[in-house]
Structures are given as C-alpha cells and as structure tokens.
Write a protein that binds this ligand. Structure first.
Ligand code: 4AD
Ligand code: MG
Length: 464
C-alpha cells in the first residue's frame, strides 16, 4: 500500500497510472448502476477528489454505508478524469472505512444557515465555507508574522493576566481563585488572599507591556488573545478576540499611518496571492464582489481625514437629508460603525484613516495635540467593517501622562511600571492594534465575526 497522498497534491499530480492512497471525509456519494462516485475532502484544499468505485470491487452493503460525513481510506489508481470539472480522479481498488456517519449528522444538508451552523461549531469546520475561512485565517497569521519579521520587528509576548486596565474602559473579566460562594457569605473580598495577592483580570490589550518592549528593542509586535467583557451583541464584537499590536520607538503620526496602511495592504495582498482557491469559492458563495473589493483596497491610497473634518462631512450629509439610526450630535460625539461605514463606503468609497480625535472619547495614553482638545489617535476605517485598527502616538511626557491618569480617576499606583518608561529615558513612540477577526471578516467576506473564529465567545455563549 502506498503512503498517504494529500488531496491537494493528488489533484496537482500528473502521475497517471500510479497507485495512490487518499484519506478523508465524504462530501457526497452518488451512484448509478455501473459505478459509484464519491467526492472526498481532507481539508488540504477546498477541492474534492473524485473517487470512482466499481461496485463489484466491494460488498454492496458496505459501499452503501459510505454516506456524507463518513471517513474513509481509498487506495487506487490516479487517472485522468473523463468527466468535466476535475483533471484527475482515483479509480478505487480498495476502500477502508474508518468511521461511518449516521443520518443525524448535523452538517448533512447543504445550504444550512450560518446561525444554525453556529450551534454545531465543532462540526461546521468540515464544511466547505468554514474550511475556506480557517485556511485563510491560518494564512493571515503567517502574513502577520512575515510582515513584521521582514521589517525588523520582534515578536513580543505580553501577559494575559494583568492588574491594569490598558484601555481604561473597565470592561475586564476578573481572574480569581477566591471561592465566590464564601465571599458572598462573608460579604467582603480580601484580595490579599487571592492568588496574586491583588485584584487581577484578563487583559484587554497587550499595549502597555508592548510599550516596554518597544522602548528597549525598538520595534515589537504582539499577536495574542485579548478579552473584553463589553456586552456588545453585534456582528463585529467578540468577548475573546485576537489582536496584533505593533509598537515602535521614535515613530510619529505620519509614519504610524504609513505603517498601518502598508501592513494591512500587505495582508490583503497575501490573501490574494496565497488563498486563491478559497477566495474564489467565497467570492462565488458569499460575496460576488469579494475579490474585486480586496484588489481595490490593495491598489488605492487610503484617505487621511481628521475627526473634525469627518464630523463636518457627516453634519453636511444630514443637512442634505441623509438619515442615520444614531444621530449626529456634533463635535465630541463618538462615531458608530454606521457613521464610519458611510464615510468609507458611500462618501470616499475607500478606506479612511481618521485622526485627531477629541481627548474625551479616547484612551489615556494618547498624545495630546497642541490645541489641548484633540489627541493623536489614528484609526483605520474599512468597508463593511468600520473600525479595523485603533492606534495612536503615545504621550511621552511623564507629567502629562500622570495628569491624565489622575484626571480620569485611574489608580496611579497600578501604572507605576508603565510610567517608568516616561521617567527613565522617555522617547516618542507610537503603535496600533488590529483586530485579527475583523481582518478575517474583511478578507473572507463573511458577515458575522462569530463565523471567522473557530469557537466564538460572546455574551451568554461559551460553548465548546
Ligand atoms: O481600538 P482598540 O480598543 O485599541 C486598543 O486596544 C489599543 N490598545 C491598540 C493599540 O494602540 N495598541 O482595539 C483595537 C482593535 C479595534 O480597532 C478592533 O479591530 C479590535 O481591536 N476590537 C475588537 N475585535 C473584536 N471584538 C471586540 N470586542 C473588539 N474590540 C476591539
Ligand atoms: Mg478603538
């Protein structure tokens, strides 16, 4: 028996007449009187290999038992295909059944809704769409590492358990070994008795520790899970998501925008160059404009727009009769994704890097402009997604940063180590965070963020 050939390699092979062994899961099985056709997939490609079975080579009952979802080994000759749609096929000599698949297999039927499939997140991986999505997700992770490695950034691992709130938004999951039932009975919490001797949580961002890395190694990036206990039941929010956070010493706002644009274009270009078959499939099944949208993002310059100008455009638009679900209340308001998408999809028809936000709606660490009102934030807004990157130049002045921490009523003592970067050899620096799943949403054309992470964590949902 020949050793196993992956389907992706078998389909590329022209070694006709040679015996090969393929192993995988049955996508479909149809039979006519003279011959059976089994479409076999092993996850190595979106494409199936066609197995042609002469029913006289196998026990009839056994052959019949090979239904959609079953797992089999096929050994037989690779031949040029007579039929349309594939270059080659396997003429089965011998089939071994690894696992039968009973009729209640939840992925049996074609055309199930994504909502239905979410209930079977452990099984949906075996469908064409999720196979494509997760092969692309892998490729995008490789692109991220390759980009930063090639540009002289160091991959820097920041902790997941932390005592500080990086975004200061108070949306953290607490981490404790205290017995909550006993705490409830005694009516008070003694954090000194807790595992770390203080109150700790899962991190919302690796940025603050990333800044420590950048102000020593020059340029770093993090790429890991982050956690937010925000009760946002939207198609763009997860409670556990992956973030990529580069941080660079001596970088100014213009250079930061250049980095954001160059990085994201590199990732999209990588998908176009390395995920062709999967993108073709998604273009056909999910969004007919997908590949065209990806290509135009790579080609076009992103618009660079201040928040103040953005608000002016939105106000003008409302005057001309455009209605938004969330009203435009003027300078100082936080934009919702509906407003962001209007600017990107309708007004400019291109990605937008929005800069210089009011200090009041952004995090404490951002560098204030000379006007004292705005901060050097630089977010990237994308078609279909809204905010895909949040970034900024960092406040490097010790005094100003302490002032901001105090003004916001944050616990200064938990940020001592962070403030030391400003106390000892402070340097101008900047960085951003890209939501990995939002990038995957964009690249795959999928509509819901729950469908681009294998096992989604959302409010009231931690199954699997
Ligand atoms: O804008 P955010 O909150 O920025 C930060 O966390 C900074 N510390 C980043 C930095 O400057 N190093 O989050 C960054 C990105 C967002 O633009 C969005 O793409 C994604 O993270 N994001 C989420 N993705 C999925 N689910 C959520 N709940 C998300 N919250 C933010
Ligand atoms: Mg943000």
């Amino acid at each position: 028996m020949s050793s196993r050939t992956k389907v992706v390699d078998a389909l590329r092979s022209t070694d006709f007449g040679k015996e090969i062994t393929v192993k995988g899961w049955v996508r479909s099985h149809r039979n006519s009187k003279a011959v059976d056709f089994i479409a076999l997939n092993d996850g190595s490609t979106i494409k199936n290999i066609q197995v042609v079975v002469d029913p006289s080579t196998m026990d009839a009952e056994q052959l019949k038992s090979i239904t959609t979802g079953a797992c089999i080994r096929v050994t037989g000759m690779l031949v040029e295909s007579q039929g349309k749609g594939q270059a080659c096929e396997v003429q089965s000599r011998e089939i071994e059944i690894y696992g039968l698949c009973p009729g209640d297999y939840p992925m049996q039927k074609k055309g199930q809704s994504f909502e239905y499939m979410r209930q079977f997140a452990h099984m949906r991986l075996r469908t064409n769409t999720f196979g494509a999505v997760f092969r692309i997700r892998h490729n995008m992770a490789i692109a991220v590492h390759k980009y930063f490695h090639d540009h002289g950034f160091y991959y820097f691992h920041t902790p997941l358990i932390t005592a500080s709130d990086a975004e200061g938004a108070g949306e953290m999951f607490q981490v404790t070994t205290l017995d909550l039932d006993r705490v409830a009975k005694s009516g008070e919490v003694d954090y000194e008795k807790d595992f770390f001797g203080k109150k700790t949580s899962l991190t919302v961002s690796g940025q603050l520790e990333g800044e420590l890395g950048a102000t020593a190694l020059g340029a770093i990036y993090t790429f890991g899970p982050t956690f937010r206990a925000e009760n946002s039941n939207t198609p763009r929010h997860l409670a556990e998501f992956w973030m990529i956070e580069p941080e660079v010493a001596f970088m100014d706002q213009k250079e930061l925008m250049d980095l954001e644009e160059d990085f994201i274009k590199y990732c999209v270009r990588w998908a176009l160059d390395n995920c062709h078959d999967d993108l073709e499939f998604l273009n056909q099944m999910i969004d007919k404009t997908l590949i065209q949208t990806l290509e135009s993002v790579v080609k076009e310059d992103f618009v660079r727009l201040t928040y103040t100008k953005g608000i002016r455009i939105l106000e003008e638009t409302v005057k001309q009769g455009r209605k938004f679900e969330f009203p435009i209340t003027g300078w100082g308001m936080d934009l919702s994704s509906e407003h962001e998408r209007f600017l990107v999809e309708e007004y400019f028809k291109r990605p937008v890097i929005m800069t210089d936000y009011p200090a009041s709606i952004k995090a404490f660490y951002m560098k204030k402009n000379a006007d004292g009102k705005t901060m050097q934030g630089t977010d990237v807004l994308f078609p279909r997604i809204g905010e895909i990157i949040g970034g900024s130049v960092r406040e490097e002045s010790y005094e100003k940063l302490v002032g901001e921490i105090e003004a916001r009523g944050m616990e200064e003592s938990t940020y001592g180590w962070y403030l030391d970067t400003r106390k000892y050899g402070s340097c101008p620096h900047a960085g951003f965070g890209l939501g990995f799943e939002r990038l995957i949403l964009f690249v795959t054309g999928m509509q819901n963020i729950r469908d681009v992470i294998p096992f989604a964590r959302t409010p009231k949902n931690a199954e699997f």
